[in-house]
Write a protein that binds this ligand. Structure first.
Ligand code: TXA
Ligand code: MG
Length: 312
């Protein structure tokens, strides 16, 4: 029998040791974080980072997020102003990515930032990613562990299906708790929200004591390309009932083939969103419809992802 590719190992000492060995040798390994599963490689090794782009089939202009164990490691790579320090104090470890000026002397492969003078950096909370950071002693570049342009993975099986034959190992620690990618904020003279996420704009504004600007018209976070988290099938938004041949994803009072949260809980809906989209894509129905989700709190990030999933 041939080895399954990738192998899926349950989280634990053996999985972390093997993953650290693979990363030390310049490979990439999928690991859960509190948001989605990430595809991690040594951010100081250009060949290793190139391996991430190759496995994902990712356009090379799209820079990656670097994960570090804590503030000290982050400050060795990027320059923190007052706002950045306040946000790191408030939300790290956790699902917040800061885009900061890159230190000229930081030993980060140019491919990580796609040549930009800024770097996206976060301190993750998840035990698997933290254990991998400790075991490798390296900053780890990690985009979501899915083929470029497809739905982000919230379970090890999603990764194994999307990157089948392209990576050696997935660390399995069950479904991720957050379910939606980190909030991205660019810090500077006018801090801006580049990607809505689990930490709301209001939470950020409270910490920095002023309003966040909108992302500019250009593609500041290329993950903001209109079509991003796309299922293979057409997707219709704000549906109260399914049309013929549609798989309905429900919310609240709208019961579907699958329901994000019957009780209308937005945090639960966020945690289930991508899994529900994966199931809808795998169903026998030709199209997908999704019930309305309120535009409040993390519902803003849910609707952001759904609108992108609906763009063909
Ligand atoms: O929750 C997350 O953030 C997950 C987990 C694995 O940590 N990672 C993730 O990475 O979503 P990725 O690569 O799928 O998304 C990274 C986003 C992209 O939209 C990218 O364009 C943006 O971050 N980005 C990276 N570096 C940037 C920079 N210097 N300036 C602006 N945007 C940047
Ligand atoms: Mg992604």
């Amino acid at each position: 029998m041939t080895e399954p590719n990738p192998r899926i190992l349950p989280y634990g000492e053996a999985a972390i040791a093997e993953a650290a060995t693979l990363i030390g040798a310049g490979g990439c390994v999928a690991t859960p974080t509190e948001t989605v599963y990430g595809l991690a490689a040594d951010a100081t090794n250009a060949d290793a980072v190139a391996g991430i782009y190759a496995a994902k089939g990712r356009p090379s202009f799209n820079p990656l997020i670097v994960h570090v164990a804590g503030r000290r490691a982050a400050e060795a790579i990027a320059m923190f102003d007052r706002d950045a320090r306040a946000l790191a104090d408030a939300f790290w470890p956790g699902p917040l990515t800061l885009v900061l000026p890159l230190r000229p002397d930081a030993s980060i492969a140019g491919l990580v930032t796609a040549g930009l003078a800024t770097i996206a950096i976060r301190v993750p909370q998840h035990r698997a990613m933290q254990a991998l950071l400790a075991a490798t002693g390296k900053p780890l570049a990690a985009p979501s562990a899915n083929a470029s342009g497809t739905i982000s993975p919230t379970r090890a099986e999603h990764v194994a299906t999307s990157l089948s034959g392209r990576i050696p190992l997935v660390i399995d620690d069950g479904a991720t708790s957050g379910g939606i990618e980190s909030t991205i904020v660019a810090v500077g003279s006018q801090p801006r929200l580049l990607r809505p996420g689990p930490i709301s704009a209001a939470d950020i504004e409270r910490e920095i004591g002023r309003w966040l600007g909108e992302a500019g018209a250009g593609i500041e976070a290329p993950g903001q390309l209109a079509s991003h988290y796309a299922p293979r099938k057409p997707l219709r938004l704000n549906a109260s009932a399914p049309h013929d041949g549609e798989w309905l994803i429900g919310f609240g009072d709208v019961a579907g083939d699958d329901t994000l949260s019957a009780g209308g809980d937005l945090t639960q809906a966020a945690a289930r969103l991508f899994d529900a989209l994966h199931r809808a894509d795998a169903s026998d129905r030709a199209a997908i419809a999704v019930a309305p989700v309120p535009e409040e709190g993390i519902g803003i990030a849910i609707n952001d992802r759904l609108r992108r999933a609906a763009v063909r």
